[in-house]
Design a protein around this ligand. Structure first.
Ligand SMILES: [Zn+2]
Length: 398
């Protein structure tokens, strides 16, 4: 921890750059106390480590300060100084007694109160969600920043993201979704944006890097993303995904594969309209090829030209799949206004633009033509080539 009180109640904030001599002098004159539990704490002034306070024995507030690594304290100190340099009113290790939570930094920006949490360790998902919900309920804007060494770029535009990473996903005011991260060793922000997931773990994404002093608070809260998805890379990853699905030893128990085989479909002969990128695919943990196949089986396959499809019908089937755990929704605690149904709607919107459906008012679609199932590899290849020639622009547009 970086803050403590003296016996007379004066606050010592190690977020500022104190000289070691000054702190040695303080230490010889003063006693220090934890602002939360009131217990006596020691001032640690090692040469290798960041100056900090530590409880003398296990204390009642270990929840707030235990497992605080050097990287964590260093990161939070740098972020605090970065805010102060921009003259943003900020409090380091602010303890809100009412809610029993202590964000690393509380700051106020444009009339909004932000609770910044810099996270280095894997906090359990339910603790993360509970803390975030409490912030939101109490009019804080949570701003979780991930420690950058957690992020693993797989290829140039493909990144591996776990459910833990997705907890950090937040939205700009215009609805762009991104994961902010920071590395105190490199003094570098990394913002992962334009995330289009294609499997549980993997997503296409664009990572932008900014040295600490080149980015202002606006740039952290409202990053601009102009990345376009590379459609041919997307198509080849979808093919890899299918291949891996069948190669997996537990394929017998895979309910998805079972279902498509019992419905006389072949995974490798799915039409090119199934397995498409949509901006909000990350709200659904289940791969797009799977949930789009379910939508096809549940709703589209049984309809003929001129038949109507209601949103209610789509929603009911989607919810049924969720209940049966065929489709898993992602936990995105910082996104309060985003529903996974949005991904389904974006997909249907694609089908409208391909001329398969027509939009009828706010709650209905009408089938214009049926999706054709290829009967051979050759048919499938021909259909795919034609489809992408016609629709590349639609699929890569933002
Ligand atoms: Zn304490």
């Amino acid at each position: 921890m970086l803050t403590a009180h003296t016996r007379s109640g004066k606050k010592i904030n190690l977020g500022y750059n104190y000289k070691k001599e000054t702190l040695l002098y303080f230490r010889s004159k003063e006693e220090f106390f934890c602002p939360i539990c009131g217990e006596s704490v020691s001032l640690k002034l090692g040469d290798q480590r960041i100056f900090h306070f530590a409880h003398k024995q296990s204390s009642s507030c270990s929840e707030f300060y235990e497992n605080e690594t050097i990287t964590h304290m260093e990161g939070k100190r740098q972020l605090y100084q970065w805010l102060i340099r921009q003259r943003i009113p900020s409090v380091l290790e602010f303890y809100d007694k009412e809610i029993g939570q202590r964000p690393d930094i509380l700051f106020k920006f444009k009339e909004k109160k932000y609770a910044l949490e810099y996270q280095c360790s894997s906090l359990p998902e339910n603790a993360f969600i509970k803390r975030t919900k409490t912030y939101l309920k109490n009019e804080y804007h949570p701003l979780w920043i991930l420690s950058s060494n957690h992020i693993h770029q797989k290829k140039l535009d493909i990144i591996s993201l776990s459910n833990f990473h997705y907890l950090f996903l937040r939205a700009t005011s215009s609805g762009n979704l991104y994961i902010p991260s920071y590395c105190p060793e490199k003094h570098l922000f990394q913002l992962v944006g334009s995330i289009t997931s294609y499997s549980i773990k993997n997503a296409f994404a664009q990572t932008s890097q900014y040295p600490l002093n080149d980015l202002k608070i606006e740039g952290l809260l409202e990053p601009i993303s102009e990345h376009h998805l590379n459609l041919s890379s997307w198509m080849s990853e979808i093919e890899n995904f299918k291949f891996n699905l069948t190669r997996h030893p537990v394929k017998i128990q895979n309910p998805f594969l079972n279902e498509i085989y019992t419905k006389n479909l072949n995974l490798f002969l799915l039409p090119p309209e199934i397995g498409l990128p949509v901006p909000h695919s990350l709200t659904i943990q289940t791969a797009p090829i799977i949930w789009q196949t379910y939508l096809f089986l549940d709703v589209l396959a049984g309809k003929n030209p001129n038949d109507l499809i209601t949103l209610q019908e789509i929603k009911a089937h989607f919810n049924k799949r969720i209940r049966r755990k065929d489709i898993i929704i992602r936990n995105l605690p910082q996104l309060v206004q985003v529903t996974p149904l949005l991904a389904e709607m974006e997909y249907l919107q694609h089908l409208v633009r391909f001329g398969i459906l027509i939009r009828k008012g706010n709650t209905e679609f009408q089938v214009q033509r049926k999706i054709t199932i290829p009967r051979s590899n050759r048919e499938r290849e021909e259909a795919k080539t034609l489809f992408y020639q016609k629709n590349t622009r639609i699929l890569t547009e933002k």
